[in-house]
Design a protein around this ligand. Structure first.
Ligand SMILES: [Zn+2]
Length: 340
């Protein structure tokens, strides 16, 4: 099984290769040329044409790749490898993306092989949150840590579990899907088909859904104004903007989302007893208004000793955790194949 080890590696020391990292998300594609030291030489950002299916998305990735290479003045032939971080259930050994709640109609797509054919370089596939965990392990907030959990809270919730310095990948590479642990057995229907998954209650999507629901129910709030008066445009940003201006419903909704984040975090603490939990993803940028209730609930629900042993950190690489991690994964896998 593919694995990663934060220490005892020559990554960041002897490696000279340039790698292309791709962070494929349900709404955005981030592509970067990354050095073996985790330094970003160029970045390209584009929208994921997810509703148009996988061919359109793959074409967008390829175009984004060429823009990033051009900006860095690097030929594709100069790349050591390509690392693709993708959401959903995938097998890093076969390079097949089985399914993804955030990429509709993707079924058993051999994404790694497709990228190799289109770009002519060796490619590797890893789950996007595992990639981000790897980025934080090598170059971010978890550099000296053996046991930690990376959580990304944005449209959905993803996770990467690092045990004894290695990403825990499970039997088929699908481990770490923390966003799909059941929190409420009668909760909202999830994109994965289950009910009441963590991400249906504690993600940006959940926050926006609840805000729309309350507005439609006649609640008094300024949230709608921050969405240009269009209820369909009510997203986490509008709720956050309203909350910052003291809107009581917005503050209540963010605290409620924080509460559910804390419930899931307590579960993770009890199961894994991590030294560190690194929290990334766009929603976490709300900061204390969201995270204070989360830490409070986690402290009330987790074993006291385990809670006292855990530290929390924001993702040091921010939105680059995934792209740096995907690149690092590719470089590490190339080293493994070359028997170093
Ligand atoms: Zn789910």
């Amino acid at each position: 099984m593919t694995e990663t080890n934060g220490r005892g590696s020559n990554l960041g020391k002897k490696g000279k290769g340039l790698v292309l990292g791709i962070d494929l998300g349900g709404s955005k594609i981030l592509t970067a040329v990354v050095s073996s030291q985790g330094k970003i030489l160029s970045r390209d950002h584009s929208v994921t044409p997810a509703p148009q299916g996988h061919e359109a998305v793959i074409q967008s990735i390829v175009e984004s790749t060429h823009r990033a290479l051009k900006e860095a003045k690097v030929e594709v032939s100069a790349l050591t490898a390509i690392g693709v971080g993708a959401p959903g259930i995938s097998n890093p050994e076969t390079g097949i993306l089985f399914t993804s709640p955030h990429l509709p109609r993707w079924q058993d797509v051999p994404l790694r092989n497709i990228m190799e054919e289109r770009l002519g370089r060796k490619a590797f596939l890893i789950n996007d949150a595992n990639a981000a965990a790897l980025g934080e392990l090598y170059f971010g907030a978890a550099r000296s840590v053996r046991n930690f959990i990376y959580i990304t809270i944005s449209t959905g919730i993803g996770g990467g579990i690092v045990i004894d310095g290695r990403i825990y990948t499970g039997a088929i590479g699908a481990a770490g899907e923390v966003g799909h642990m059941t929190i409420d057995d009668n909760g909202p229907i999830c994109n994965c088909g289950n009910k009441g998954c963590w991400e249906t209650l504690a993600s940006g999507t959940a926050l926006a859904r609840e805000a729309r629901h309350r507005i439609e129910g006649g609640a008094t709030t300024s949230i709608l104004e921050y969405a240009g008066g269009d209820i369909q445009k009510v997203g986490p940003e509008a709720v956050h903007s309203a909350a910052r201006q003291g809107d009581s419903l917005a503050k209540e909704l963010i605290a409620r989302t924080g509460y559910y984040i804390g419930v899931g975090v307590a579960n993770l603490i009890n199961i894994f007893n991590p030294e560190l939990i690194v929290i990334g993803g766009g929603l976490s940028n709300i900061g204390n208004m969201l995270l204070e209730p989360a830490f409070k609930v986690a402290g009330e629900r987790a074993y006291k000793q385990s809670f006292q042993a855990v530290r929390f950190s924001s993702a040091a690489l921010g939105r680059n955790s995934g792209v740096v991690g995907a690149a690092t994964f590719a470089l590490r896998e190339m080293s493994r194949l070359r028997g170093r």
